[in-house]
Design a protein around this ligand. Sequence first.
Ligand code: NAD
Length: 320
Amino acid sequence: MRSSLRKRILVTGGAGFLGSHLCGRLLALGHDVLCVDNFFTGSKDNVMPLLGNPHFELMRHDITFPLYVEVDEIYNLACPASPIHYQHDPVQTTKTSVHGAINMLGLAKRVKAKIFQASTSEVYGDPEIHPQTEEYWGHVNPIGRRSCYDEGKRCAETLFFDYHRQHNLRIKVARIFNTYGPNMHPDDGRVVSNFIVQALKGEPITLYGDGLQTRSFCYVADLIEGFIRLMDSPDEFTGPVNLGNPGEFTIRQLAEKIIGLTNSSSPLVHQPLPVDDPRQRQPDIGLARRALHWEPVVPLEEGLRATIVYFEDLLRRGLA
Ligand SMILES: NC(=O)c1ccc[n+]([C@@H]2O[C@H](COP(=O)([O-])OP(=O)(O)OC[C@H]3O[C@@H](n4cnc5c(N)ncnc54)[C@H](O)[C@@H]3O)[C@@H](O)[C@H]2O)c1
């Protein structure tokens, strides 16, 4: 018999970096987890440790097609997140954000499930205010190479709020800022994974531009705690809410920290800044602090150590 506290939870994109951590955390909390993924950027390796758990189910499915399942909650994470991957097939990226959101919102409506959207700080584009609060509408190029991702995610937010207003759907929208940790892709071009792999291989570390652009880095365990708190918050609280770590570092500082932690002799080399690359990116997490009593607790150095261990293992197994 199902315990009344045990929920049936769908995680789309559950075999990806964030999704695999979320599935593990939900299982640990005693829920039944249905992980749906088309394995575009995710992999079975990420959820391998969960496969033996009778409360875990893995389904190959592309969310641009409708899905009919019975669930109590939906975490919609499916979408390639790194520029290399989302620019590989930009039309599919927009379809995943927009058609995927329509399909998942339709499912939530049919089965009266609560639904969470993994939105992104990219909805702020190249921000003119710093740090960004949720009231800021953004400064986004609608026709650039990043637009399939940025505008797709913006449209998904629109759909979530229209389903909420029009159909009383219970929605939760998180705007996620740069997150790192084990299960990141080794070759997705994201700055933390890039630098760690380059440092461990003793290869030059590539800084785009002068390396003085800033980013904030949130450790994955902290972020997942934020997801759960947001999903469990009162129905009136829909978000959007920023989830990220406000600690700000320049890309150069990050590179130097990683070189130190890996005892690497990699030199720093400079390459031109990609088009539309934001100069600054820092979350204002005042709302998350107030509404969810949430803030990140894992220091950058501690998170980097755990991530370095993961990449060392991948390199040993010839997978990076
Ligand atoms: N990691 C971050 O720093 C970050 C920041 C902001 C937002 N996000 C958002 O969080 C979510 C998860 O990101 P991630 O870092 O885990 O990325 P990821 O690429 O590791 O995971 C995305 C997962 O979605 C799957 N997927 C892609 N298209 C799909 C489709 N059409 N149908 C089914 N599955 C599909 C991929 O195979 C993958 O497993 C994404 O929506 C991303 O936009 C992540």
